[in-house]
Structures are given as structure tokens and as C-alpha cells.
Design a protein around this ligand. Structure first.
Ligand code: OAD
Length: 257
């Protein structure tokens, strides 16, 4: 395993994982990269390098041009529906099968963790598959509306809410929108209690999400970062590999108890 800091070795990592009473796995877009889902930053294909987030990922953008925004999210949803979980998603699900002491928090809005078999996935930034009314908040089941052949340039008018006739919006957290305070406080409390936090495939540039690993580190948890381009200065173990390579190895370490 490619651990880059001098004072780290695979035996230390294995022992931290095997003795942990509570492990949190915190994932970002890099974990779905090997399923073919583009990340947001740091690569030539990153979504926010190719698209203007201010025109696509805010409430103001939706109010200004709902068809542009809805069409773009339908395209992203179609991409996810055509993709399959990768070795990282599958290994994480198997890790969770080892015991109830593993909590999975994802910033991802895809459903690849669930399709790999993970249960109780905490979606910090919402989900492409949980649309709701922009006006009244009523959840909206839109699986039949998903344009599987939607391409990225297609404008699609959002459906209307059966309850108030308002416009249906994607169920993701947009820039400028708060996270649920109740959920976030619970996650911070969990972060303070965990022994190990595995942070995988995130640039760590989005607040407040990144506070979760920072709080864990400050409370004494061992931080394991999995990222070909490490970004967390606080990491105790930095695994400089793709998530789909590293997680199967970590699973093996945990199975060889
Ligand atoms: P980013 O796109 O900011 O970061 C992706 C990270 O994954 C980078 O650090 C890459 O080096 C790393 N990476 C790429 N391929 C990888 C691989 N195969 N294995 C492991 N790591 C890999 O994505 P996030 O940090 O998830 O918000 O972005 C955070 C939030 O910003 C997202 O949730 C999204 C976005 O705006 C919403 O959707 C609300």
C-alpha cells in the first residue's frame, strides 16, 4: 500500500482499523470517479472546470433559468443511472457488513453506495434521486421523468408539483444553502467519538462538510486519507492511490483479524 508519510506503515494502519470501536468513512466525488462519474475539481474533466457553478448550482440560477438547471441535473442523473458501483463502493459495503461500528457519510449525490449494498448512507449534500418542490418542499418521485438519453446541453422544463403547482427542483444542496443543522450537529458529535475516520476522494474544499474530518482529528481520531492527490494536512495515514485500489486492500486488512 502506497503510504507517503515517513512515520506510517501498513501494520500501524491495520492495527488502528482493527482496534477501532467506531470508524467513519467520509467519501467525496473521487470515490465515484472509477464508476465514470466526473469529479468537480482538480482534473481536466472536473465539472466546475467545464461549467459555471453559479449558473447551475444555486437557487438563484434555478429561478433564473429552471429548464437549464433541470436539464443539466437530468443529464447528471442519466450518467449515474448508466454507471455501476466500482470496487471502492463494493469494498465499503463489505466493510460495513463486518459490523455496525462503521458509519458512512458521503458528499456524493449519486446512489452508487446504495447500489453497492451500503445501508444507512448519510447524504450530506442530498441526492439526485430525491427531487422536491422548489416552493412547498413536497418530495417528488421523478424516476419516470429521468431522460436517460439527456445530454448535457439539453434544456428540460421541470415538472410541476402535484400539490402546489410549483416547480420541482433537484434534491441536492446548492451553493448558498445550509445543511440541516440537526443532522450536521449529530455528525459532528459522531466525529468527536470515532477512533478512525477514512476520508476518501474529496478535495476538502467545501465547507462545512470538511469540518467533519477536522473535528474528528482534533478530538484524537486517526485520519486516513485516500486520494491520489492528498489534500488533508492533518492526515495520519495518507494512501496515495485511487479509492478503487485502496478500499479493497483496507477491506482485506479488516477481514484478516
Ligand atoms: P472534488 O471534485 O472537489 O474533489 C475530488 C477529489 O477526488 C480530488 O481531491 C481528487 O484528487 C480525488 N480523486 C480523483 N480521482 C480519485 C480516485 N479514483 N480515488 C480517490 N480520489 C480521487 O469533489 P468533492 O470534494 O466531493 O457539492 O466536492 C465537494 C462538493 O463540491 C460536492 O459534494 C459537490 C461540489 O460542489 C454538491 O454536489 C452539493
Amino acid at each position: 500500500m502506497n503510504l507517503i508519510k515517513k512515520d506510517m506503515n501498513t501494520e500501524n494502519l491495520k492495527s488502528s482499523l482493527l482496534t477501532a470501536k467506531h470508524i467513519v468513512i467520509f467519501t467525496g466525488a473521487g470515490v465515484s470517479a472509477d464508476s465514470g462519474i466526473p469529479t468537480f475539481r482538480g482534473q481536466k474533466n472536473g465539472l466546475w472546470g467545464r461549467y459555471d457553478a453559479s449558473k447551475l448550482a444555486s437557487a438563484q440560477a434555478f429561478e433564473q433559468d429552471p429548464a437549464l438547471v433541470w436539464g443539466w441535473y437530468q443529464w447528471r442523473k442519466a450518467q449515474v443511472m448508466k454507471a455501476a458501483p466500482c470496487a471502492a463502493h463494493l469494498a465499503i459495503a463489505q466493510m460495513q457488513d463486518l459490523g455496525p461500528h462503521i458509519t458512512l457519510i458521503t458528499q456524493n449525490v449519486d446512489d452508487l453506495h446504495e447500489r453497492a449494498g451500503s445501508k444507512n448512507v448519510i447524504h450530506l449534500h442530498g441526492s439526485l434521486f430525491r427531487s422536491r418542490c422548489f416552493d412547498c418542499g413536497q418530495p417528488y418521485s421523478d424516476l419516470n421523468d429521468c431522460a436517460l438519453d439527456a445530454n448535457e446541453a439539453v434544456r428540460i422544463d421541470p415538472p410541476n408539483c402535484p400539490q402546489c403547482n410549483g416547480r420541482i427542483r433537484p434534491g441536492v444542496v446548492w451553493f448558498g444553502e445550509p445543511l440541516s443543522k440537526k443532522l450536521f450537529d449529530l455528525l459532528l458529535a459522531g466525529a468527536r467519538r470515532c477512533d478512525v475516520m477514512i476520508v476518501a476522494g474529496t478535495s476538502g474544499l467545501v465547507r462545512p462538510a470538511i469540518e467533519i474530518p477536522k473535528v474528528a482529528a482534533r478530538a484524537g481520531a486517526k485520519l486516513v486519507e485516500i486520494n491520489p492527490e492528498p489534500s488533508l494536512a492533518q492526515a495520519d495515514f495518507s494512501v496515495k492511490e485511487a479509492a478503487s485500489v485502496a478500499f479493497p486492500k483496507i477491506l482485506k486488512m479488516m477481514q484478516r483479524a
